[in-house]
Design a protein around this ligand. Sequence first.
Ligand code: SAH
Length: 348
Amino acid sequence: MENKVILVGKSIEELESFMIENNQSKYRARQVYNRLYIKPAKDIDSMTDLPVKTREMLKEKTQLCSISIKDKQVSKDGTIKFLFELQDGCCVEAVLMRFDNRANLTACISTQVGCPMGCDFCATAKLGFTRNLDTDEIIQQIFLIQSDTGLKVTNIVYMGQGEPLLNFDSLINSIKIFREHFQVGARRITVSTCGIIPSINKLADLNFQSTLAISLHAPNQEIRETIMPVAKKYKFNGLISALKQYTEKTKRRVTIEYVLMSNINDSVENAKELAAAISKLKSNVNLIVYNQNEKSHYKKPKKEAVQKFKYILEASGKKVTIRLERGNDIDAACGQLSLKMKTQKNCN
Ligand code: SAH
């Protein structure tokens, strides 16, 4: 593809300068801006509020995105999984979830092609790591979801493929664009990390106002390091201390994510130990029932174990939610984004 100007991500000022440079009236910029963020267009031709001449110029010099929708699957529960192809042929996935009785539409987006963290229970980890996405590739996922479905994404979770805190600058830049242009409030954005301590400290220094979620998944160092290699580098106690400092600096509560896996981390003792470990940390807990996949030897917890675990944490004073499982039938649930529907050659 030629090097055309990518429109998605541009501010109104940038669009105005571009229009003036290309002999168009400045006010046309606002119309383009609206078709990027307010009523997203599927392509330049469908921006029929612009004169034909302006559209011709735009088609010659610009393109909306550098990535494209390669495939799409719809789950029985309405969840949609998108497969995006990047310019170099790499693919990433994103998921759009609608929760019954709620007006919210949550998009789960990717920050890396594959993932380098190697969590033993996660299907994405099996892909290995190829590269970081750039800011444009992150924000275009939301543009394409909105233009394809005609729906407005109200919440964004960085819980797709990859470790967002290892792609720090693109993470921060993309959040800025989501807030400024896509009009998604800081509090409606959640970043999930497996616990990269130096980046958590950087977020604290930035006075990060979105929600930080931590994939803790274990009540102590011993269990954590058997399922998450990152724990060997960034130890359990150090992580909890970094999170305490984070909550003090930002005045924001963190979310502790905990995937319950049968006979690994789901016992009454595990629940008590977790409650003690996070008792002084300003946090809510989000329990996730393990999504089993055929390649993994980890198993779902029993219903009873989930309820007991929840009860013990609640009795310790924590607010606890159990994450609703979405899109399991199309491998769109947590930890299942493994590019199964990818058809073309690997981008490596
Ligand atoms: N790298 C970041 C972002 C990924 S978010 C992080 O680790 O937080 C994806 C979430 O799904 C993580 O909490 C991950 O640990 C969890 N997960 C992975 N495999 C899963 C599975 N099979 N069932 C449920 N959750 C899973």
